[in-house]
Ligand binder design. Structure first.
Ligand SMILES: [Zn+2]
Length: 87
């Protein structure tokens, strides 16, 4: 979320929540680097972190809540590491 004021564009809120790309919160350094390069002020980290995992059993995209790595669809265990490809 971007906002514009007298000093230019800055970031009010940053979230990695995206149903299309499903990035891991660990990608913040890349986001920060982009913002720094653009000269856009930012909060220093994601203001809302969403952990996505793709279920290895059924392929469902899950949002992990409260550290519960269980597929909402088939109850399979979700991998501890981010497992989406950027393809
Ligand atoms: Zn599943």
């Amino acid at each position: 979320m971007f906002a514009r004021d007298a000093s230019g564009w800055h970031v009010l809120e940053v979230t990695n929540q995206s149903t299309g790309y499903c990035p891991d919160p660990d990608c913040w350094p890349a986001v920060r680097e982009s913002l720094d390069r653009l000269g856009i002020a930012h909060p220093g980290d994601f203001t809302a972190k969403v952990v996505f995992r793709c279920c290895p059993s059924c392929g469902e995209r899950n949002i992990v809540r409260d550290g519960d790595f269980t597929c909402a669809l088939c109850d399979s265990e979700l991998p501890a590491r981010w497992n989406f490809t950027s393809a």
